[in-house]
Design a protein around this ligand. Structure first.
Ligand code: BJW
Ligand code: ZN
Length: 244
């Protein structure tokens, strides 16, 4: 199975990777829809909405501070590192991720498209203020804080710069992702349940244009029915096998 994946990758000319929360599971970052994805008895999908933020911004900020703390301590695993290596080898062109955890960047992936934002960025709910907390050096200060942080520019509430349900994806990132998908002859789909749109269209676009779909996921997903090759293994193990 791994041998077949290697053969397809080596034969491809414009492969891309499409990743979801499962690729970071082995780094200790909980996924959204697996049984351990609960925080204080709330489903993450009930907290990652504009309605939840309006209703209870303190609760949503508690959830994001908890995740930021957890993600900050996480390190890229063999799957993130292997994708960066495949990019350096010229085998994959880009990584399109739904993850907000920055682990692909830390692993060294250069052509990275983040469809759902980045957890280390915040933005104002009123003006166009935005801040990258890793770059500004204010991450510690943020994590120590309580309640809802305020915009230094206008005093309104700040929110995480991530995409919640019902919100549009960043235009440029989505266009670039669709463009790459429409030109790709192979997509390596890793660790996503493939149920959240428009991101989940990506493998379908590749397939529709005659490209191959390789999926790595210990369980089946919304993408499995169109996979040419399904590898039922954890991401780290499968990607180590592919690189060896
Ligand atoms: C392993 C593993 C291991 C475990 N190795 N694998 C078309 C059809 C139907 C609905 C819609 C549609 N178009 C839009 C919608 C509505 C909605 C949607 O998709 N709903 C469906 C759920 C029904 N989409 C939206 O609302 C999107 N916006 C939108 O469409 O806007 C339109 C608009 C246009 C113009 C103006 C206004 C509006 C936005 C979606 C935003 C998603 N946001 C989140 C939160 C991000 C912030 C944060 O992180 O806090 O994104 S929700 C959450 O789901 C997160 C993820 O990126 C996303 C996908 O989840 P993912 O990554 O697949 O994780 P899991 O947990 O589901 O799966 C993990 C997988 O890993 C599993 O399969 C495991 O088996 C596997 N795994 N261990 C490999 N070791
Ligand atoms: Zn502001």
């Amino acid at each position: 199975m791994i041998g077949e994946a290697v053969k397809l990758l080596l034969r491809s000319r414009s492969a891309i990777a499409f990743t979801g929360a499962g690729i970071s599971a082995e780094s200790g970052v909980p996924t959204f829809r697996d049984p351990n994805g609960l925080w204080r008895n709330h489903k993450p999908e009930e907290l990652a909405t504009p309605e939840a933020f309006k209703r209870n911004p303190e609760l949503v900020w508690d959830f994001y501070r908890w995740r930021m703390e957890l993600i900050r301590k996480a390190r890229p695993n063999d799957a993130h590192l292997a994708l960066a290596e495949l990019e350096r080898m010229g085998i994959i062109r880009a990584v399109i991720t739904q993850n907000v955890d920055d682990l692909h960047r830390e692993a060294g992936t250069e052509n990275l498209i983040e469809l759902h934002g980045n957890i280390f960025r915040v933005k104002c709910t009123s003006c166009n203020y935005s801040e990258d907390l890793k770059k500004s050096g204010r991450l510690e200060e943020f994590l120590k804080g309580n309640g809802v942080p305020k915009c230094p520019n206008c005093g309104s509430q700040l929110r995480p710069d991530v995409v919640w349900f019902g919100e549009p994806l960043p235009k440029e990132a989505l266009e670039k992702a669709f463009e790459l998908a429409s030109k790709a002859d192979l997509v390596l789909v890793i660790g996503t349940s493939g149920v959240v749109y428009p991101a989940a269209y990506i493998p379908y676009i590749v397939k529709e244009r005659g490209g191959r779909v390789i999926e790595i996921n210990p369980k089946g997903s919304g993408i499995t029915p169109i996979a040419d090759l399904f590898i039922p293994l954890p991401a780290g193990k499968a990607m180590r096998g592919i690189l060896d």
